[in-house]
Design a protein around this ligand. Sequence first.
Ligand code: HEM
Ligand code: HEM
Length: 163
Amino acid sequence: MAALIFVQLALGLAAVGWRLSPAKLDLFVWHKSIGMLILALLLMRLWWRLAGRVPALPSQMAPWERWGAQISHFLLYALMLALPLTGWVISSASNVPFRIFWAVALPAIMAPDKATADLFASVHGWLATLLAFALVAHVGAALRHHYIKHDAVLARMLPWRAR
Ligand code: HEM
Ligand code: HEM
Protein backbone atom coordinates (compact mmCIF):
# COMPACT_ATOMS: atom_id res chain seq x y z
CA MET A 1 0.00 0.00 0.00
CA ALA A 2 2.88 2.38 0.77
CA ALA A 3 4.28 1.89 -2.74
CA LEU A 4 0.83 2.40 -4.29
CA ILE A 5 0.35 5.60 -2.29
CA PHE A 6 3.68 7.09 -3.41
CA VAL A 7 2.83 6.21 -7.04
CA GLN A 8 -0.63 7.68 -6.52
CA LEU A 9 0.68 11.05 -5.29
CA ALA A 10 2.96 11.29 -8.34
CA LEU A 11 0.19 10.20 -10.74
CA GLY A 12 -2.22 12.78 -9.28
CA LEU A 13 0.30 15.61 -9.72
CA ALA A 14 1.22 14.45 -13.25
CA ALA A 15 -2.43 14.00 -14.28
CA VAL A 16 -3.34 17.51 -13.13
CA GLY A 17 -0.21 19.09 -14.64
CA TRP A 18 -0.30 17.61 -18.16
CA ARG A 19 -2.04 19.47 -20.97
CA LEU A 20 -5.20 17.87 -22.37
CA SER A 21 -4.31 14.83 -24.47
CA PRO A 22 -5.27 11.13 -24.70
CA ALA A 23 -2.24 10.39 -22.46
CA LYS A 24 -3.61 12.76 -19.80
CA LEU A 25 -6.96 10.95 -19.87
CA ASP A 26 -5.14 7.60 -19.48
CA LEU A 27 -3.17 9.00 -16.57
CA PHE A 28 -6.46 9.90 -14.88
CA VAL A 29 -7.81 6.37 -15.44
CA TRP A 30 -4.66 5.01 -13.75
CA HIS A 31 -4.94 7.57 -10.92
CA LYS A 32 -8.62 6.90 -10.24
CA SER A 33 -8.21 3.10 -10.60
CA ILE A 34 -5.24 2.88 -8.24
CA GLY A 35 -7.10 5.20 -5.85
CA MET A 36 -10.10 2.84 -5.75
CA LEU A 37 -7.73 -0.12 -5.31
CA ILE A 38 -6.17 1.69 -2.32
CA LEU A 39 -9.68 2.20 -0.88
CA ALA A 40 -10.47 -1.53 -1.21
CA LEU A 41 -7.13 -2.53 0.36
CA LEU A 42 -7.64 0.03 3.13
CA LEU A 43 -11.04 -1.42 4.06
CA MET A 44 -9.49 -4.91 4.29
CA ARG A 45 -6.61 -3.48 6.28
CA LEU A 46 -8.91 -1.68 8.72
CA TRP A 47 -10.93 -4.86 9.25
CA TRP A 48 -7.71 -6.79 9.91
CA ARG A 49 -6.38 -4.03 12.20
CA LEU A 50 -9.57 -3.74 14.26
CA ALA A 51 -10.02 -7.52 14.53
CA GLY A 52 -6.43 -8.51 15.28
CA ARG A 53 -3.80 -7.91 17.88
CA VAL A 54 -1.19 -5.20 17.32
CA PRO A 55 2.41 -5.53 18.56
CA ALA A 56 3.04 -3.25 21.57
CA LEU A 57 5.30 -0.24 21.04
CA PRO A 58 8.80 -0.61 22.56
CA SER A 59 8.53 -0.11 26.33
CA GLN A 60 11.31 2.52 26.42
CA MET A 61 9.26 4.97 24.32
CA ALA A 62 8.38 8.23 26.11
CA PRO A 63 4.67 9.18 26.51
CA TRP A 64 5.01 11.99 23.92
CA GLU A 65 6.42 9.50 21.41
CA ARG A 66 3.47 7.12 21.96
CA TRP A 67 1.01 9.98 21.53
CA GLY A 68 2.85 11.15 18.42
CA ALA A 69 2.77 7.65 16.92
CA GLN A 70 -0.93 7.16 17.70
CA ILE A 71 -2.06 10.57 16.44
CA SER A 72 0.04 10.40 13.26
CA HIS A 73 -1.07 6.83 12.44
CA PHE A 74 -4.70 7.88 12.97
CA LEU A 75 -4.12 10.87 10.65
CA LEU A 76 -2.56 8.60 7.99
CA TYR A 77 -5.53 6.22 8.16
CA ALA A 78 -7.99 9.16 7.97
CA LEU A 79 -6.20 10.55 4.90
CA MET A 80 -6.05 7.12 3.21
CA LEU A 81 -9.85 7.04 3.57
CA ALA A 82 -10.64 10.70 2.82
CA LEU A 83 -8.54 10.90 -0.37
CA PRO A 84 -10.31 8.11 -2.31
CA LEU A 85 -13.73 9.27 -1.04
CA THR A 86 -13.19 12.90 -2.10
CA GLY A 87 -11.73 11.61 -5.40
CA TRP A 88 -14.88 9.55 -5.92
CA VAL A 89 -17.00 12.67 -5.28
CA ILE A 90 -14.99 14.69 -7.89
CA SER A 91 -15.32 11.86 -10.39
CA SER A 92 -19.10 11.59 -9.88
CA ALA A 93 -19.79 15.35 -9.68
CA SER A 94 -17.75 16.11 -12.80
CA ASN A 95 -19.68 13.41 -14.69
CA VAL A 96 -16.66 12.04 -16.59
CA PRO A 97 -17.42 8.44 -17.61
CA PHE A 98 -14.85 6.20 -15.89
CA ARG A 99 -14.20 2.46 -15.67
CA ILE A 100 -11.85 1.12 -12.97
CA PHE A 101 -8.85 -0.30 -14.91
CA TRP A 102 -10.93 0.18 -18.10
CA ALA A 103 -13.21 -2.65 -16.90
CA VAL A 104 -15.74 -1.92 -14.14
CA ALA A 105 -17.88 1.25 -14.23
CA LEU A 106 -17.58 3.22 -10.96
CA PRO A 107 -21.11 4.01 -9.69
CA ALA A 108 -21.79 7.72 -9.08
CA ILE A 109 -22.12 8.72 -5.42
CA MET A 110 -23.71 12.06 -6.31
CA ALA A 111 -25.43 13.86 -9.17
CA PRO A 112 -23.29 15.94 -11.58
CA ASP A 113 -22.58 19.41 -10.19
CA LYS A 114 -19.72 21.63 -11.35
CA ALA A 115 -19.48 23.68 -8.10
CA THR A 116 -19.17 20.51 -5.98
CA ALA A 117 -16.59 19.04 -8.36
CA ASP A 118 -14.48 22.22 -8.08
CA LEU A 119 -14.82 22.38 -4.29
CA PHE A 120 -13.84 18.73 -3.82
CA ALA A 121 -10.97 19.02 -6.32
CA SER A 122 -9.50 21.70 -4.08
CA VAL A 123 -10.20 19.72 -0.86
CA HIS A 124 -8.62 16.62 -2.50
CA GLY A 125 -5.52 18.65 -3.44
CA TRP A 126 -5.17 20.02 0.13
CA LEU A 127 -5.60 16.56 1.65
CA ALA A 128 -2.90 15.22 -0.69
CA THR A 129 -0.58 18.06 0.41
CA LEU A 130 -1.29 17.24 4.06
CA LEU A 131 -0.56 13.56 3.33
CA ALA A 132 2.78 14.48 1.75
CA PHE A 133 3.80 16.45 4.89
CA ALA A 134 2.52 13.70 7.21
CA LEU A 135 4.60 11.17 5.25
CA VAL A 136 7.78 13.22 5.60
CA ALA A 137 7.21 13.13 9.39
CA HIS A 138 6.24 9.42 9.29
CA VAL A 139 9.24 8.23 7.30
CA GLY A 140 11.50 10.57 9.32
CA ALA A 141 10.17 9.01 12.55
CA ALA A 142 10.76 5.48 11.17
CA LEU A 143 14.36 6.39 10.27
CA ARG A 144 14.85 7.96 13.72
CA HIS A 145 13.73 4.70 15.35
CA HIS A 146 16.16 2.73 13.23
CA TYR A 147 19.27 4.91 13.10
CA ILE A 148 19.06 7.02 16.28
CA LYS A 149 17.06 4.99 18.78
CA HIS A 150 18.26 1.62 17.40
CA ASP A 151 14.99 -0.13 18.26
CA ALA A 152 13.03 -2.75 16.26
CA VAL A 153 10.17 -0.51 15.07
CA LEU A 154 11.32 -0.22 11.43
CA ALA A 155 12.76 -3.74 11.18
CA ARG A 156 9.57 -5.39 12.44
CA MET A 157 7.56 -3.91 9.57
CA LEU A 158 9.60 -6.01 7.14
CA PRO A 159 7.67 -9.18 6.27
CA TRP A 160 10.73 -11.43 6.23
CA ARG A 161 11.92 -10.45 9.73
CA ALA A 162 10.90 -12.49 12.76
CA ARG A 163 8.77 -10.50 15.21
C1 HEM B 1 -4.97 7.54 -1.75
C2 HEM B 1 -5.64 7.94 -2.81
C3 HEM B 1 -5.38 9.21 -3.61
C4 HEM B 1 -4.33 10.11 -3.56
C5 HEM B 1 -3.09 10.07 -2.65
C6 HEM B 1 -4.60 11.14 -4.56
C7 HEM B 1 -3.77 12.22 -4.84
C8 HEM B 1 -4.03 13.20 -5.77
C9 HEM B 1 -3.16 14.31 -6.08
C10 HEM B 1 -1.78 14.57 -5.45
C11 HEM B 1 -3.77 15.06 -7.02
C12 HEM B 1 -3.25 16.37 -7.64
C13 HEM B 1 -3.87 17.51 -6.85
C14 HEM B 1 -3.50 18.87 -7.39
O1 HEM B 1 -2.34 19.11 -7.73
O2 HEM B 1 -4.43 19.71 -7.48
C15 HEM B 1 -5.05 14.44 -7.34
C16 HEM B 1 -5.97 14.92 -8.25
C17 HEM B 1 -7.12 14.25 -8.61
N1 HEM B 1 -7.56 13.04 -8.13
FE1 HEM B 1 -6.68 11.95 -6.68
N2 HEM B 1 -5.80 10.84 -5.18
C18 HEM B 1 -6.30 9.68 -4.64
C19 HEM B 1 -7.47 9.02 -5.01
C20 HEM B 1 -8.32 9.41 -6.03
C21 HEM B 1 -9.50 8.70 -6.47
C22 HEM B 1 -10.01 7.36 -5.90
C23 HEM B 1 -10.07 9.43 -7.47
C24 HEM B 1 -11.32 9.17 -8.28
C25 HEM B 1 -12.02 8.05 -8.32
C26 HEM B 1 -9.25 10.62 -7.67
C27 HEM B 1 -9.52 11.61 -8.58
C28 HEM B 1 -8.75 12.73 -8.77
C29 HEM B 1 -9.11 13.78 -9.70
C30 HEM B 1 -10.34 13.83 -10.60
C31 HEM B 1 -8.09 14.76 -9.58
C32 HEM B 1 -7.98 16.08 -10.36
C33 HEM B 1 -8.61 17.15 -9.52
C34 HEM B 1 -8.53 18.51 -10.23
O3 HEM B 1 -9.21 18.65 -11.24
O4 HEM B 1 -7.78 19.38 -9.73
N3 HEM B 1 -8.18 10.57 -6.78
N4 HEM B 1 -5.18 13.29 -6.56
C1 HEM C 1 9.19 4.44 3.04
C2 HEM C 1 7.97 4.45 3.48
C3 HEM C 1 7.49 4.05 4.85
C4 HEM C 1 8.19 3.59 5.95
C5 HEM C 1 9.70 3.38 6.09
C6 HEM C 1 7.21 3.34 6.98
C7 HEM C 1 7.51 2.86 8.24
C8 HEM C 1 6.58 2.47 9.16
C9 HEM C 1 6.88 1.79 10.41
C10 HEM C 1 8.27 1.42 10.89
C11 HEM C 1 5.72 1.56 11.04
C12 HEM C 1 5.57 0.74 12.34
C13 HEM C 1 5.05 1.39 13.51
C14 HEM C 1 4.80 0.34 14.60
O1 HEM C 1 5.41 -0.74 14.60
O2 HEM C 1 3.93 0.58 15.42
C15 HEM C 1 4.65 2.10 10.21
C16 HEM C 1 3.30 2.05 10.52
C17 HEM C 1 2.32 2.69 9.79
N1 HEM C 1 2.48 3.30 8.56
FE1 HEM C 1 4.21 3.49 7.55
N2 HEM C 1 5.96 3.66 6.51
C18 HEM C 1 6.08 4.09 5.21
C19 HEM C 1 5.07 4.49 4.37
C20 HEM C 1 3.75 4.65 4.75
C21 HEM C 1 2.70 5.19 3.90
C22 HEM C 1 2.86 5.67 2.46
C23 HEM C 1 1.57 5.19 4.65
C24 HEM C 1 0.17 5.62 4.27
C25 HEM C 1 -0.19 6.80 3.92
C26 HEM C 1 1.89 4.64 5.95
C27 HEM C 1 1.00 4.48 6.99
C28 HEM C 1 1.27 3.81 8.18
C29 HEM C 1 0.28 3.55 9.20
C30 HEM C 1 -1.21 3.95 9.16
C31 HEM C 1 0.94 2.83 10.22
C32 HEM C 1 0.33 2.28 11.51
C33 HEM C 1 -0.04 0.86 11.26
C34 HEM C 1 -0.92 0.31 12.36
O3 HEM C 1 -0.53 0.36 13.54
O4 HEM C 1 -2.01 -0.18 12.02
N3 HEM C 1 3.22 4.33 5.97
N4 HEM C 1 5.20 2.64 9.08
